[in-house]
Every structure is written in C-alpha cells, then in structure tokens.
Design a protein around this ligand. Sequence first.
Ligand SMILES: Cc1cc2nc3c(=O)[nH]c(=O)nc-3n(C[C@H](O)[C@H](O)[C@H](O)COP(=O)(O)OP(=O)(O)OC[C@H]3O[C@@H](n4cnc5c(N)ncnc54)[C@H](O)[C@@H]3O)c2cc1C
Length: 411
Amino acid sequence: MRSERASPATAGLGRVVVVGGGLVGLATAWRLLQSRRCEEVTLLEKDAKVASQQSTHNSGVLHSGLYYKPGSEKAALSVRGLRQMVEFCREHGVRHEICGKIVVATDPAEVSRLDALWERGTHNGLVGLRRLDSPEAIREIEPHAAGIAAIQVPQEGIVDYRGVADALEREIGRLGGRVVVKARVTRIERIGGVWRLASSAGDVSADLVITSGGLHADRIVGLSGMKPAARIVPFRGEYVRLRPAAEHLVRHLIYPVPDPSFPFLGVHFTRMIDGGIEAGPNAVLAFAREGYSPLSINPRDLAESLTSPGLWRFVARHASMSAYELYRSLSRGEFCRSLQKLVPEVLPHDLAPGGAGVRAQAMWPDGRLVDDFHFVRGDGILHVVNAPSPAATASLAIGERIVAQIDGNAG
Ligand SMILES: Cc1cc2nc3c(=O)[nH]c(=O)nc-3n(C[C@H](O)[C@H](O)[C@H](O)COP(=O)(O)OP(=O)(O)OC[C@H]3O[C@@H](n4cnc5c(N)ncnc54)[C@H](O)[C@@H]3O)c2cc1C
C-alpha cells in the first residue's frame, strides 16, 4: 500500500473535490486516490485543522456492529470498518488498543434487550461474543461493575482518532492529493457539465463532488441546488472525567443496554487512549450546531431548529426523554446516578467536568431520526447526509463504499 501513487489521468472520475475534512471526508479522499481513477483529488475543509468537529469530539471507541440492524449500512460498514481501522492504525503507527467492552443489564427488563443485542451481534457476524450470566462473572471482567447479565465484546477497543485523521491527511498528500484548510465552501454550481465551487480559499472546478459536512451536511446539499429531505439536528453529548482517585473503578469499557427507541448508546464509561476515564455522553438538543458548551447559541441554527416541524414532532414523541436529558445535563447528581447503575461506587465528588461533542443527527420531516447512514446522489455529486456513530469506526469502509457507488457513474 505504501508504494501506491496516484497515476495521472487514469480515466474515470476526472477532477474530484471532497467537501469536509472529518474522518469520513478524509477517508473518502484517501480511497479515491487509492482507486487511481481520479485526475486530481482536492479536499476542502472550513476549519484551520482537519477533523476538528465530531471526529475528534467523540468517545474514541472502536465499535463492532453489536447494535445495528442486520442488513443496514451501519452493520455492514462497522464490521468491515473496524477491521480496516485496526489495520490502518497498525500500519501507520496510530495508538489503539483492542481492550474489549461489556454491555451490562442492570435489571430484568434489560435482560431481554440484551438477548436481542446478542442476536444482532451474532447475525452481524461478530465472533467471540461471550455471555456473562451472573454478577460474579461480570466482576471478573470489571471488578466494580454491577449488573445481572452482560455481553463481553472482545473485538472493541479505543483509538486516537486525531492520530487517524492526521495519518489520513499525510496519506492523501503522499498519494498526490491536496488538503486545503480554511476553505469554507459557500457555493456549488453546475455549469456546462462542470461543478464550480466557491470557497473562502478560492474557487475550484470539479467533474465529481463528494460532500461530508457533518453538522452542516444538509446545508451543503442545499448549496448544490438540491432540497435536503432530512435536516441535521445537533445533539450535544457532555462528558465527565473520573478524578484520578476513582480511575481504578473502571478497567476498560462499560456500557449500558441502550434504549431501542433512542439512537444513542446511553452514558457509559470509556478508558481513553490518552489515559484517564471518561463517562458520558448524554444527549441534549444543542442551540448551535457547533455548540460545545450549554451556553453556545447560534441564532441561525436555533431558528432553523425551532421552525423545523420534525423537531417538534420528535420532542412531542420523546417528551419525557428530552426533559430528562435536559435535567441530567443540569444536575451532576442525576448524571452520577445514571453512572451508579453501572458502577455503584462512583460518587459525585469523583466526577470532574469533561469535554463535549455535538452529534450531527439527521431527522425526517415527520420527526423520525434517520437511523442508518444516508447518502443522496445527484448528477456528478454525492452527499453524505447522515453519518453518526459508528461512522468514525466505519470511516474507511464508508470511503470505500462511496468510491464503489460512484465508480463508473461520475456523471
Ligand atoms: C459525542 C459523540 C461521541 C461519539 N462517539 C463515537 C465513538 O466512540 N466511535 C465512533 O465510531 N463514532 C463516534 N461518534 C460519531 C463520530 O464521531 C462521527 O460519526 C464521525 O466523526 C463523523 O465524521 P464526519 O467526517 O462525517 O463529520 P465531522 O467530523 O463533523 O466532519 C465534517 C467536516 O466538514 C466540515 N465542513 C462543514 N461545512 C463545511 C463547508 N461549508 N466547507 C468546508 N468544510 C465544511 C467541518 O468543519 C468538519 O470538519 C461520536 C460522535 C459524538 C458527537
């Protein structure tokens, strides 16, 4: 792989521009260069550094495909993407560790949901899943965790996603591609069969455009003259860190059984690749798409959210969950109570403020969340509209899938 160079003008896709330099955009640009079907590949990123949004404001976990509906893109691409990501990290010296995780049922009602997860995981081809059927069996893996049953998922782990993004950026350069930062795309027009993109770093032309704008994905669809059916709703996820004296309470990854009516995994404990233990994230509606603090308000983002019929339908359908998430965001005690279900010895004074991330979750106009990865295609253009978790894990496989989709159909 290291000896590959993009051969010039090898027919096919022509000049390609990728908009958005998160892990999905970077992986796509890399896969395009590997395909040797492009005359040139240029990636335009609005921030001063690639992967400064979701891709480095997350839990840093390598997900395995346990949770996702069999047959979905998420199931297929997380299983494939995890393998590819581990291989990429090994090859490029990116820190990672396959430490395994446990998903813990803490009451009898959760046990049947745990059984359903087992079915899904098995159906999705996960090998080596282990059922822990007693509190003692759970404590052998995580001595301070409490639960009545659990699944141990040996292939999951933790990774340095900043390291992955930086390695991808280097790889893109090595293969002859160009990454342009501080290049916010403001216009995407098709003139005479050629795409013209205006950005804060100048204009570029392209035969094929691929966009993966994360929190702004729907707006980028709009810039290209298409009407996005699904809109992005930002859900902030807030973390706390365990103070050093409490870090011994968690060895690896301890997750709850997720609520199937909600797309998020529930607050969990994660050992970080830089050391230390994080707990979270919750899921609160954010007043700004890049609103990493509860006080961040962006008038345009807020107005769009408040005038979105989908959001109101969502809130009506999930009223108690939405109110609870807000309450838990404001109450350290309640946050701690959620964590105590998994590790009872954690106390409020063990928790220090942590960081936050904002999930770009697409929502249909009827208020349903878009469950799977979602792509929208036009003539010579492909938009990644919904790439929430596990898209960091799956990014290399998503890039591969995009190249397969557009290959031979560059418009
Ligand atoms: C709290 C949280 C926890 C998560 N935990 C995990 C986890 O443990 N494991 C996992 O696999 N996934 C996790 N995820 C999901 C994962 O982080 C995302 O699915 C993934 O990073 C999406 O990558 P992306 O490239 O689509 O988006 P992003 O990383 O958001 O990148 C989009 C990029 O597009 C750029 N952009 C936007 N508009 C423009 C424009 N007009 N012009 C130019 N550039 C533009 C942005 O600046 C940004 O860099 C988590 C997410 C969150 C928020």
